[in-house]
Structures are given as structure tokens and as C-alpha cells.
Write a protein that binds this ligand. Sequence first.
Ligand SMILES: NC(=O)c1ccc[n+]([C@@H]2O[C@H](COP(=O)([O-])OP(=O)(O)OC[C@H]3O[C@@H](n4cnc5c(N)ncnc54)[C@H](OP(=O)(O)O)[C@@H]3O)[C@@H](O)[C@H]2O)c1
Length: 314
Amino acid sequence: MTIKNDNFHPIFDGIELGIGTWAWGDRLYWGYGSNYAAEDVKNAFVSSIENGLTFFDTAEVYGQGKSETLLGSFVKATDSKIIIATKVMPFPWRLTHKAFTSALNGSLARLNRTYIDLYQLHMPLPPLKIETWMEFMAEAYQNNLIRAVGVSNFSVEQMQRAYDTLIKSGVTLASNQVEYSLLDRGIEENGVLKTCQEMGIKCIGYSPIGMGLLSGKYSMNNPVKGMRASKYSKQDLIRINPLLDTLKKIGSDHGGMSASQVAINWVRAKAVLPIPGAKNHDQAVQNSSVLGWNLEEREIERLDDISKKVIKEK
Ligand SMILES: NC(=O)c1ccc[n+]([C@@H]2O[C@H](COP(=O)([O-])OP(=O)(O)OC[C@H]3O[C@@H](n4cnc5c(N)ncnc54)[C@H](OP(=O)(O)O)[C@@H]3O)[C@@H](O)[C@H]2O)c1
């Protein structure tokens, strides 16, 4: 099924699901090089495009550039038209236009491209003002180095400032990439989701599987390891059990769908573009097959209710 929404930037035409590539090359957080490596993430890429996905999200900081490098090499080896979204980090030492250009050139080189489809400011960080970053973005857009401008982790007020600056140069703000899952519904409360819809800014939802927790494979006996454990404790694994049971039940009612697939489709049902991470062939195949079916209204409501309770208990 293809959605064409004239309110959004045309790079999102027909895009209902993307693929996150933070884990591609990242040792510190995701353990790249231990139980998965280059061959696995290459398989994730190939399986994703074989299943019709074309939108890949990366960032210059993922694996210190390794994610972009891997993605660039995979894209080079395919004839498929791939849409690449990457991000520039507003490090406090990046204070000049030259620093921005150098970051952009670094991403272009690693990605093997002459332009980037969607270039996103990774987060709003001082000391440079949002307006200054957006002026740099607008110039890169006018020089055909980027096709669309996005932001990430922006509040309503910050989105408005980015929008107002870009529009002075005739550029629209294409997207805001924010955390969104059954474990984190902050954008429903802080107005970001509503404002994105009203302003025609695509809301891209990151960590839709709760960094893997909503797959249901982690438990007290099999806790998340590494830096992920700093975000989700063993207590969280107990707390979310009723939600996992509901995800599994709904998945089985849909002919053997997994908890991850139901969690991703809940994000889709909220008109947010999910970008689940996939580390290997199996995860990519499973995640991409959320597109053939939709949750029913009563299932969405059930998940809404149970997730609210689970979030409240935190
Ligand atoms: N803008 C930002 O600040 C920001 C922040 C975070 C993420 N992001 C973006 O959003 C993307 C997705 O977020 P995320 O990677 O944090 O979390 P996620 O998509 O919620 O979870 C991804 C992880 O879940 C596990 N998984 C994926 N598919 C699965 C399946 N079908 N069955 C079982 N387990 C599965 C894998 O890890 P294990 O197998 O190890 O469990 C995978 O790495 C990132 O790759 C990145 O592109 C952006």
C-alpha cells in the first residue's frame, strides 16, 4: 500500500517505513563486531530493498562514520533508487560555516554521493543558534548538496524557529525525527506530533521497537546488555510484561506476526514514519513485512491503554 500525502515533502511520497542503521558499525552501544558484523548488516540492506524498502536513516556519528561508510558501499552495489537520510551533529566546537561544510563533505564522501536526500540536524545543542544551522542548511540546499532539510529531537518551539528561518530562503522544513514507541509517547504530550501534522512536517519515529525491548526476546534471564541497559533496567523488563503479552496476542491474531511487527505497526497507525533498526537478514525481513497489513482500531485502542499504564508506572 502506498500513501501519497501532498502536504509532506515529496521525498516521503510512497514511503511508509524506513530502516535505521545506528547499529551498523556501532560497537559501543550495539556491540557491532561481537555477535554481528559487516556481512550481517549487508544482508539487512539487501533484504530490505528486496522487500521494497528504500529509505535508510544514518548519521555521521553512528559508529564514528562506519554506518555511513557501510551504507555508501551497499548503495554503490545496487541499481535500486535509495533515499538516504543522514545527520550532522552540532558539536560545541562546530562554530563556523566552514565546520558545517566540512561535516557535510565528510558524509558525502563516506556515502559515496554528490548529494544527500534528507540532511537532519541531529539535536538542538548550543552554542550555535538553531537559526544559524538552518541558514547553513538552506545554503547547502540551494547548492544542490541536499534535497531536503530535517531536524531531530526538536520541540514545537524549536521546530517553529527552524521552519521560520528556512522559509525565508524558500526552503520548507521536511521532517522532525523523534523517539516514538509504545514505551515513549512524549510527542503526544508535548505537541510535536500534532504540530508536525498541522505544518506538513513529516514525523519520523525512532526506536519504534523500544531498542529491541518490544520484541519480547529480553527477560530477567536474558537482559539487555551494554549501554542499552542504562536506558532499560531489569525492573523495566518486568514492568512491560503486560504490554508484551498484548503485542504477542495481537500478533498471533494476525496469523503469526511478531511483537516487533505489531509495535512497528502501532507507530504507523499514528501517521508517524517508523525507522526500526535491523542488524541482519531475519530482522530486516520481519520488519519490512509490516507493510502488508494494518492493526484494527480496537487493537490500537487496546495498545494505547496498556502502554499508558506501563509508561505511568515508570
Ligand atoms: N535521531 C536520534 O537521536 C536517534 C536516536 C536513536 C535512534 N535513531 C534512529 O532510529 C533507528 C531505530 O532506532 P533504534 O535502533 O534505537 O531502536 P529500535 O528500532 O526500536 O530497535 C532496533 C533493535 O531491535 C532489535 N530488533 C530489530 N528488529 C527486530 C526483530 N524483528 N525481532 C527482534 N529484535 C529486533 C535489534 O537489536 P538486538 O537484536 O540487539 O536486540 C535492533 O538493533 C536507529 O537505527 C537510528 O537510525 C535516531
